[in-house]
Design a binder for this molecule. Structure first.
Ligand code: AOF
Ligand code: ZN
Length: 378
């Protein structure tokens, strides 16, 4: 792998990034066409239903694509989806070489590299693969595990409290961290809370700021759409007048799913349905709705990413089940003493039973610390 290959692939990753927030359920993809040491075409996938990255890059290159090398962050597709196969476009353009960062995990689209190789095109993959996979972590996770990517987001004081002893929690962190935290809501298809959080905080769980660009390089704000709201509620105690049932910013009806246990009282589940929720009874596991069954249900509904927002009981259940794919934590330099802990129900007895966290981000936001990481074994 040459330095030049990496340099052009880095450019392709950068182009892909321009469409962040716009391509769902498709991945971010970028492509660069290089001829005689010069970039002659660039493209990225702007949104699902529009042409793929390679098509834009080839269009820009025109005749110069003949005999050129194409760098693309995802294996060119080999299927007729919403658009025709990119492998065909590459072959018709007469390119000599195709360099790919990551293979396509989508079984419907796979096989592009084989087809190109059979037609005599030089192919190579694995250039900046880790970066490409990180760029589309939700997309890869879903198709490889057949369940949604779970991101657990929380904000705590320095002594690990998400609220005071009276339950007061507004706010743990300042506006800058809260804006970043909000970006997670915008980037995932669903958001989950436990009934304890609904009863304590009555959250609306909406994306409120139409002009908000979670990433400064975005050309335009992503389409404003509230995530699917998911409540884990064994006994169906969610009040039918809770704020999360209120219509979204453009008056569109809220989309709410309440996962209940098998023994939830019927009159309460009926009241939730009357309030507009889909009530989904799930098999019990340790006395609460099975989290795996919940994720399976969501995946079958087309949900590829779930943001866990609260509270300690639900977070504890997900951590115990080994189902947290990524952790995002904001730490504010404050102490409250007694209060609601970040996590309940884990209860390590000895320090060597603690779960390790591998940090992938450590960034200051003013005086607050923004961390991302993976929990060992999950
Ligand atoms: C590429 N280049 O830029 C993208 C690809 O429904 P479609 O036609 O848009 O196909 C979507 C699938 O195609 C998607 O799930 C992924 O496997 C692949 N995306 N492939 O060659 C691109 N966005
Ligand atoms: Zn394609």
């Amino acid at each position: 792998m040459s330095h030049l290959d990496e340099r052009y692939m880095r450019r392709a990753l950068q182009l892909a990034e321009r469409a962040r927030g716009h391509t769902h359920p498709n991945p971010l993809v970028g492509a660069v066409v290089v001829k005689d040491g010069r970039i002659v075409g660039e493209g990225y996938h702007p949104r699902a239903g529009l042409p793929h990255a390679e098509v834009f890059a080839l269009r820009q290159a025109g005749e110069a694509a003949r005999g050129a090398t194409v760098y693309v962050t995802l294996e060119p597709c080999n299927h007729h989806g919403r658009t025709p196969p990119c492998t065909t476009a590459l072959l018709e353009a007469g390119v000599a070489r195709v360099v790919v960062a990551a293979r396509d995990p989508n079984p419907k689209a796979q096989g592009g590299l084989e087809r190109l190789a059979q037609a005599g095109v030089a192919v190579q993959w694995g250039v900046l693969e880790a970066e490409a996979r990180a760029q589309n972590e939700v997309f890869f996770h879903g198709l490889e595990q057949n369940r949604p990517f779970v991101l657990w987001k929380a904000a705590t004081t320095l002594d690990g409290r998400v609220a005071t002893r009276t339950g007061h929690a507004q706010w743990v962190t300042g506006p800058q961290s809260r804006r970043i935290a909000h970006a997670y809501r915008q980037s995932l298809a669903a958001i989950a809370v436990g009934v304890g959080t609904v009863l304590a905080d009555d959250p609306a769980l909406t994306v409120r700021d139409p002009e908000f660009r979670p990433y400064p390089w975005m050309l335009e704000p992503p389409p404003l759409r509230d995530p699917l709201k998911v409540v884990f509620d064994t006994q169906a105690r969610t009040p039918p007048q809770a704020r999360l049932f209120a219509p979204g910013p453009r008056g569109e009806p809220a989309r709410v799913v309440v996962f209940v246990g098998a023994a939830a009282p019927l009159e309460r589940t009926r009241a939730l349905e009357a309030a507009g929720a889909r009530v989904v009874p799930l098999p019990d596991e340790e006395g609460r709705p099975s989290l795996r069954a919940a994720l399976e249900w969501l995946w079958n509904e087309g949900i590829d990413g779930l943001l866990l927002e609260g509270g300690p009981t639900l977070a504890g259940a997900f951590v115990r089940a080994g189902l947290v794919d990524k952790l995002a934590l904001f730490l504010a330099p404050k102490l409250v003493g007694e209060g609601r802990p970040l996590l309940a129900g884990l209860g390590a007895a000895r320090m060597d039973e603690a779960l390790g966290v591998t940090l992938t981000r450590r960034e200051w936001v003013g005086e607050e610390l923004w961390l991302e990481g993976r929990i060992a074994g999950q």
